[in-house]
Ligand binder design. Structure first.
Ligand code: NDP
Length: 304
């Protein structure tokens, strides 16, 4: 049975790791989380399954020791890089021939630096950010975009397959993060533009629910109009599944990537500014869709 280590039991990491821990799966699983209580609770939930092959480690190095594949899912690449060093760090546990698969929505430059550090040690690196939200992670239907060596990608594919559905190799190290950043920029632009449009329609006396119905049968539809706004904005439920702080971080990566590539990008640069301002206004715990509340406050009308 190949061994997998999973580090980062956050909102999306937990359901991803749950698929690896599922009875009947092919892997021994070590989990590690900064707040140890979450890792202990995870293991307790899987007690007795897989003959004790699901366990929680006290340190990143303990989790990585004996693992063929180490998966990280942390807020940014900065936290991933910070986990590498020291007596408790990943590099103290990872063996030659093992692979670090970073499912964080990270940044291409840091991933290239990490890959360059691991390569002389004979440790592989793939950036493999995911899309599909907590619901997609729970259903095991995430989209995974992978950057790095093709043979390495083929090797870890069965592991990624436990929580992914569409799993694509998109280019060299960093390419997964670059594609993810552009996807996130599209998400942000859709949320903001749909928010503006629906507030204006509400002020003009059109029911936002009817307007969404029409848009969703028309050319302007998006995941935001088809899923996010009906379930989260019209209902005023605004569940907290993906932090605005993380989308703000993603937009910073996208805006930087576009500047690096010298592509004129007024819309994505402005989206990055708008989401940073919304993040400052709504705080660390707000969900990304709550950005709509900023548009509503500025306009003095609600989408409901
Ligand atoms: P959460 O904020 O829910 O969880 C963050 C995780 O990282 C927690 O396990 C947290 O530990 C850990 N962590 C935070 N800081 C550190 C640190 N300094 N050192 C070690 N561990 C740390 O985030 P998500 O799970 O939502 O997101 C994780 C990644 O996945 C992000 O890059 C995000 O952009 C991406 N993503 C998220 C999606 C979503 O729907 N939530 C969708 C697609 C991608 P602790 O429990 O101790 O706080």
């Amino acid at each position: 049975m190949p061994n997998v280590a999973f580090l980062g039991l956050g909102a999306i990491g937990t359901p991803m790791a749950q698929h690896l821990a599922a009875p009947g799966g092919d892997y021994g699983l070590a989990v590690w989380n900064r707040s140890a209580a979450k890792a202990a609770a995870f293991t307790a939930n899987h007690k007795g399954k897989k003959g004790g092959k699901v366990w929680h480690a006290a340190t990143p190095s303990d989790a990585a020791r004996g693992a063929d594949v180490v998966i990280t899912c942390l807020p940014t690449s900065r936290e991933v890089a910070a986990l590498l060093d020291g007596p408790d760090g990943l590099l103290a546990g990872m063996a030659t021939g093992s692979v670090l698969v970073d499912c964080t929505s990270g940044d291409p430059a840091t991933s290239k630096e990490i890959a360059a550090r691991l390569s002389p040690l004979g440790i592989g690196f793939l950036d493999a950010p995911v899309s599909g939200g907590v619901a997609g992670a729970e259903a095991g239907t995430l989209t995974i975009m992978v950057g790095g060596d093709t043979a390495l990608f083929q090797r870890v594919l069965p592991v990624l397959d436990t929580f992914g559905e569409k799993i694509m190799h998109v280019g060299p190290v960093g390419a997964g993060h670059a594609v993810k950043a552009v996807n996130q920029a599209m998400l942000a632009v859709h949320i903001w533009s749909l928010g503006e449009g629906l507030v204006a329609l509400a002020r003009a006396g059109v029911s936002p629910a009817i307007a969404l119905d029409v848009i969703n049968a028309s050319s302007g539809r998006s995941n935001s109009s088809m899923n996010l706004f009906p379930a989260r904005v019209l209902t005023r439920a605004f569940p907290r599944t993906f932090k605005l702080a993380l989308l703000d971080k993603d937009l910073g990566i996208a805006a930087q990537m576009l500047r690096d590539q010298k592509v004129p990008s007024p819309i994505i640069q402005l989206a990055a500014e708008l989401f940073s301002a919304a993040h400052r206004e709504l705080g660390e715990e707000a969900d990304h869709v709550e950005t709509v509340k900023v548009i509503e406050r500025q306009a003095g009308a609600e989408i409901k």
